[in-house]
Design a protein around this ligand. Structure first.
Ligand SMILES: [Zn+2]
Length: 417
């Protein structure tokens, strides 16, 4: 049985492993505090009867053999790293829930056909080396190469590869972390919501149906740098006046699209940036997100048209560059239905929702069907020391996953045998 006091104990223990005691959790990949957290979790996994091992990327696993050792693995877990001065639940909640599921399985003494693995992923946030979702990307083999490991550095100039070596890993062997197609049956992740929706709606559990897609666009508006005193108002080409009009119209344009589409201008750089010179150049970004790629395309086209329509009468030029495009990901319908069925049996109300943030599950979807459960975040806060989720809610999520994993590991659900 899932026991909330063990979940609380583990989360309190993990919260001790931080580089910034008293100022939230700072636990970055391949650091001494991450090592201590791993050692703690490895100890707990061994006590739960799991075979503990680390893959070539540094992901930590606890394996529970199945009756059929060749059957695809049912994997459950989340990440162990944090942002600078982050909270104690982001990632850790899902890791601790997975370890508690392993304990409950040991106590139940139930054998399964498929092996089950608890996974503790690293560098999901990308806080140390900039490129996030590292542990899961290493498993899918997407976008991780020995070259990336030598070309990404932390603030102190240490490369990802050097940090791995200091941790006892060989960056040249990173490809050994790849899980071949068909060897993972499902990946389940429990995560804190990091937003206000579940709390506001009064639900303890959210079943994620889709993970939002993202497009980052960089726009540069070009005008002319003229003297602020001698250039008449009707003869100016003021890039900031144009940029301001654009930025102020982004919210209404996006709201008209509906479907939970969101867009944010988070960076604005003005050149030359002098009080007495008409701005010649303004660079800004638009972070655009929606659950449907067609809506992202439509929103991007409308935004671009709006930029052109505002620039033209002001005699401004512009450039438009897409810096990043991440496709929306649908979670496994069958897995979501199994989780929901378990919840109905137990009398737990759940809410179907989308995730506005990316998670390891999003990457793992390239490998196998995924499930993603959210528990409420107090006041929607995350990535800060005030981040809080109730232990009871995490236990509730773990309980739903325990039944779900037993179902999946006994051959039902997607790719059932
Ligand atoms: Zn996270």
């Amino acid at each position: 049985m899932i026991r909330v006091e063990r979940i609380k104990r583990d989360l309190e223990a993990l919260a001790q492993f931080t580089a910034t005691p008293g100022k939230g959790i700072t636990r970055m990949a391949f650091t001494p505090e991450e090592r201590r957290a791993r050692d703690y979790l490895a100890g707990e996994m061994k006590a739960a009867g799991l075979e503990v091992y680390t893959d070539a990327a540094g992901n930590l696993f606890g394996r529970r053999p199945g009756k059929n050792p060749k059957a695809a693995v049912v994997m459950v877990g989340s990440h162990i790293d944090s942002v600078q001065n982050g909270g104690r639940f982001d990632g850790a909640a899902g890791v601790v829930a997975a370890v508690e599921i392993a304990r409950a399985l040991q106590e139940l003494g139930k054998e399964t056909v498929h092996p089950i693995e608890v996974v503790v992923m690293t560098e999901e946030e990308g806080s140390r080396f900039g490129a996030g979702l590292y542990g899961s990307r290493a498993m899918t083999g997407e976008g991780i190469s020995p070259e990336e490991l030598t070309n990404t550095f932390d603030d102190e100039g240490i490369s990802n590869g050097e940090a791995m070596k200091a941790f006892g890993l060989d960056p040249d062997k990173i490809r050994q972390a790849v899980r071949p197609a068909g060897t993972v049956k499902a990946f389940l992740e429990l995560h804190i919501e990091q937003g206000p929706i579940l709390e506001a709606a009064g639900f303890k559990i959210g079943i994620v149906e889709s993970i939002i897609g993202l497009r980052t666009i960089q726009v540069v508006i070009y005008g002319s740098a003229d003297h602020a005193g001698t250039t008449p108002m009707d003869m100016r080409r003021d890039a900031l006046v144009g940029a301001s009009k654009i930025v102020s119209q982004v919210p209404s344009l996006i709201q008209k699209l509906g479907e939970n589409t969101v867009a944010t201008v988070g960076i604005l750089q003005v050149k030359p940036g002098c009080a007495n010179i008409v701005p010649a150049e303004v660079k800004f970004t638009i972070d655009l997100r929606a659950s449907d790629n067609e809506i992202i395309e439509k929103a991007a086209a409308k935004l671009k048209k709006m930029v052109a329509e505002i620039c033209s009468p002001l005699n401004l030029e512009y450039s438009w560059e897409e810096l990043l495009a991440v496709q929306p990901v649908a979670t496994g319908v069958e897995i979501a239905n199994i989780v929901e069925g378990v919840a109905v049996q137990k009398g737990i109300d759940t809410m179907r929702m989308q995730s506005g943030a990316g998670h390891d599950a999003m990457v793992m979807a390239k490998l196998c069907p995924i499930g993603l459960l959210f528990v409420p975040s107090k006041n929607g806060k995350s990535h800060c020391p005030e981040e809080w989720s109730d232990y009871e809610d995490i236990a509730l999520g773990a309980d739903l996953y325990l039944e779900t994993i037993l179902t999946l590991a006994n051959g039902q659900g997607p790719q059932g045998d």
